[in-house]
Design a protein around this ligand. Structure first.
Ligand code: BGC
Length: 504
């Protein structure tokens, strides 16, 4: 067959010039099924990080030691995040060495063991051990699901499909709040809240057995006929040949093809360093603009704003979590249409404005200790909170995960994705651990002002460093870094307008 030269990896000609038939989000049931199954990892990520705030209330009732010791409480909460840091860092390597499918199965085993251990924990230490297991599972899933989905996805719908995994995360958080509410009267409360997470993990484990390994990973590991058999399920015959040609070309050019790269290899080449800087920066900014202060401390913020009723605080948190999920759906619809950059920039502008509103609302707080906002200012704070989520969820929620699943060359995708997910988890840990102390030091107004300042820096970072990857093949994205690193000669950039046009 004849292939449009502008689609060849060596060319940076516009994708729009391609003859290929575009695939729509809903048209490919196979890829949608694969995305949903892989997304159960995202669901568990959201559920396991969301469930603990409610469960802790009841754990405190059962274990006096926990009730009397705030360090023990913090450890129970944060051990999952510590586990996720370890899981993301190690999971990246597992992904590249053993494949996306085995990495997913490993995460499931950890989810199942961890949930079971927590459910039967006779004392707080065993409970903490269970949280660690589950956390490592969350970390592995946070790297694996986006990469596995991105590698099976046709490039024109890749952003939306990876964002679907983020919808599973936000959906998981919403579900955890619902479960927390519904198990309050059931004997054994927290044991059920933490234990039920084993069910989706068992379901994913069984479904994954029937799903294939990622075609791109198979191809890189020289299992070409298996890779092609998987691609046959995704593309029609015309497009299939195009995809195989691109894979073949990329693996011929890639000196690392077939090898499992190490963490140190990432630092050796300039283009990989540039890609990693961009990916990790986005992940850090996702966290340092404060999303998890809202997700983890929403009831506290609502109470700080003067609404003392626990029920109202919990209800508002549930509404915020639901809005977060709905906003992510908007992100899925937009990410492949307006692109990653525009979505992130628009999101950050709104986040900045909402943080200013929040900060202003809290500046109306009377100076006496423990004072809350008057009802007008209280409602203004709620408006700020709601706007914050409405702007964050379609953009800065999904974009960092989508960009990280698509900017690294094949041989580095797991390792770099894992390292930058680790940056996400470390940043998450820092923000969540310090939020209340920072509020104590500079006040709620000052804290939200700091986040507003960070969102300005994040805006500049996206503007200057994040390339537009909408609709590009992995090979075209790889070429962006080579051009930026000066590895490609100027003669090769004749058709580079498209890529430059995407850059800042
Ligand atoms: C972030 C999580 C966060 C969630 C909230 C995800 O994209 O990585 O840290 O809790 O969004 O919506």
């Amino acid at each position: 067959m004849t292939i449009d030269k502008s689609m060849m990896p060596g060319s940076s000609g516009p994708l729009e010039a391609s003859s290929k038939k575009e695939i729509s989000f809903w048209s490919n049931k196979y890829v949608l099924g694969l995305t949903t199954t892989a997304g159960i990892g995202g669901l568990l990520f959201g559920y396991d990080t969301g469930v603990i705030s409610g469960a802790l209330l009841y754990i405190r009732d059962e274990f006096k030691a926990v009730n009397d010791n705030s360090v023990l409480q913090e450890t129970i909460v944060s051990m999952a995040v510590v586990g996720a840091m370890i899981g993301a860092a190690a999971g990246g390597w597992v992904n590249d060495a053993y494949g996306r499918k085995k990495a997913t199965l490993l995460a499931d085993v950890l989810f199942i063991i961890g949930s079971f251990v927590m459910c039967i924990a006779p004392d707080p230490n065993i409970l903490i051990l269970g949280r660690l297991f589950v956390g490592v599972g969350v970390g592995i899933a946070s790297v694996t699901a986006p990469v596995y989905i991105a590698e099976a996805a046709p490039s024109e719908i890749r952003g939306g499909l990876v964002a679907t995994n983020v919808l599973m995360i936000t959906g998981g958080q919403f579900l955890s709040y619902l479960v927390n509410l519904s198990f309050t009267e059931v004997p054994g409360t927290w044991r059920w809240m933490l234990g039920v997470a084993a069910i989706p993990a068992v379901v994913q484990f069984i479904l994954m057995i029937f799903l294939p390994e990622s075609p791109r990973w198979l191809y890189m590991k020289d299992k070409k006929s298996k890779a092609i058999a998987v691609l046959e399920n995704i593309y029609d015959s015309d497009r299939l040949q195009e995809e195989i040609d691109q894979l073949a070309d990329a693996s011929n050019k890639d000196s690392q093809s077939g090898k499992t790269v190490s963490y140190f290899d990432v630092l050796k080449s300039k283009e990989i360093r540039l890609a990693f800087f961009t990916g990790a920066g986005l992940q850090a900014f996702q966290q340092f603009t404060g999303i998890n202060t809202v997700m983890y401390y929403c009831p506290t913020i609502v109470q700080m704003a003067g609404f003392s009723s626990k029920q109202l605080a919990l209800l508002l948190s549930l509404i915020v979590a639901a809005m977060n999920a709905v906003g992510t759906i908007i992100g899925i619809l937009l990410i492949d249409k307006c692109g990653r950059r525009l979505l992130a920039l628009a999101s950050l502008s709104g986040v900045f404005a909402s943080l200013l509103i929040l900060s202003y609302a809290f500046s109306l707080q009377p100076k006496t200790l423990g004072a809350t906002l008057g009802s007008g200012a209280g409602w203004l704070a709620i408006v700020g909170l709601v706007l914050y989520i409405a702007f964050f969820s379609p953009g800065m929620g999904p974009v960092p995960w989508a960009v990280n699943s698509e900017i690294y060359p094949e041989a580095y995708r797991g390792v770099c994705g894992g390292m930058s997910a680790t940056v996400n988890w470390i940043s998450n840990f820092i923000v969540a651990q310090t939020f209340l102390s920072v509020v104590g030091l500079v006040g709620t107004r000052g804290t939200f002002l700091i986040f507003a300042g960070v969102s300005v820096l994040a805006f500049l970072f996206v503007l200057l460093f994040v390339p537009e990857t909408k609709g590009l093949t992995f090979e075209q994205v790889e070429r962006i870094w080579k051009e930026r690193a000066g590895v490609l000669g100027m003669s090769a950039s004749g058709g580079g307008q498209h890529l430059q046009g995407n850059e800042a």
